[in-house]
Design a protein around this ligand. Structure first.
Ligand code: A3P
Length: 289
């Protein structure tokens, strides 16, 4: 069984090496032309990352395949000594940089705010996100064991998973969306109308690509293509980190898989908790397509 334990920063559980490297993360120096991809885990990070990369590379597939996806845009909080940390990697990158984070707003390195960086936030409905995270917890060997679905259910709603509470994370980024340069997207919209959402990202990035290029990006960033693509499907990540024989990284890529996991009682309880925690926000998620 795994020996992994999470540690907390200001009440948010994070992976221990990240917490041990917290000083370097908090003093990270963002640059004004940084674009930061922000998500709660399992909300479509890899998907939006590939979209952003393809836009940046003007739809040239070969340029997106210059490196496996997790090496193209580091997570600023990533740490696994003795390898270079996310901050080390970002510091080596030429501007303009595209970086990633799963951090909630209150833990973001302050220089992102003072430099008025662009933020691209993707939110996914809580139930599908929770299901996806459960399967990720099962296969990831660097997270604690999730236990049974019922046990994991409690851990998730109590915000005791890595990167903390879904509710607080999504609410936190939603509430500041008009104060900063934030494009707030939804996984479900990206599924329903990828072309439309990709065009929004393109405009946000100040790019203007021809329609045939946009169509190509839609195709290349489909779930089916990304599942087959060794640069995006994490097939090169060692089994000691991600054991894809337990659950594939590119698992289902659908909206509504929660219905295959939640009992009726769990669903009622979840809806009640959701109302308590999210009731006063104007956020609205599709739970099925
Ligand atoms: P599922 O586990 O529901 O299949 P992240 O990249 O933030 O870790 O999110 C992973 C989730 O996004 C997984 O969800 C994965 O299958 C899904 N995903 C990845 N690429 C996708 C794509 N191109 N289209 C739709 N979903 C995608």
């Amino acid at each position: 069984s795994r020996q992994t334990k999470l540690k907390e920063v200001a009440g948010i559980p994070l992976q221990a090496p990240t917490v041990d490297n917290w000083r370097q993360i908090q003093t990270f120096e963002a640059k004004p032309d940084d674009l930061l991809i922000c998500t709660y885990p399992k909300s479509g990070t890899t998907w939006i990352q590939e979209i952003v990369d393809m836009i940046e590379q003007n739809g040239v597939v070969e340029k997106c395949r210059r490196a496996i996806i997790q090496h193209r845009h580091p997570f600023i909080e990533w740490a696994r000594p003795p390898q270079p940390s996310g901050v080390d990697k970002a510091n080596e990158m030429p501007a303009p940089r595209i970086l990633r984070t799963h951090l909630p707003t209150q833990l973001l390195p302050p220089s992102f705010w003072t430099n008025n960086c662009k933020f691209l936030y993707v939110a996914r409905n809580a139930k599908d996100c929770m299901v996806s995270y459960y399967h990720f917890y099962r296969m990831s060997q660097v997270l604690p064991e999730p236990g049974t679905w019922d046990e994991y259910f409690e851990t998730f709603i109590n915000g005791k998973v890595s990167w903390g509470s879904w509710f607080d994370h999504v609410k936190g980024w939603w509430e500041i969306r008009d104060k900063y340069q934030i494009l707030f997207l939804f996984y479900e919209d990206m599924k329903r109308n990828p072309k439309h959402e990709i065009q929004k990202v393109m405009q946000f990035m100040g790019k203007n690509l021809d329609e045939d290029v946009v169509d190509k990006i839609v195709l290349e960033t489909s779930f089916e293509k990304m599942k087959e693509n060794p640069m995006t499907n994490r097939s090169t990540t060692p089994k000691s980190i991600l054991d894809q024989s337990i659950s594939p990284f590119m698992r289902k890529g659908t909206v509504g898989d929660w219905k295959n996991h939640f009992t009726v009682a769990q669903n009622e309880r979840f809806d009640e908790i959701y109302k308590q925690k999210m009731g006063r926000t104007s956020l609205n998620f599709s739970m099925e397509l």
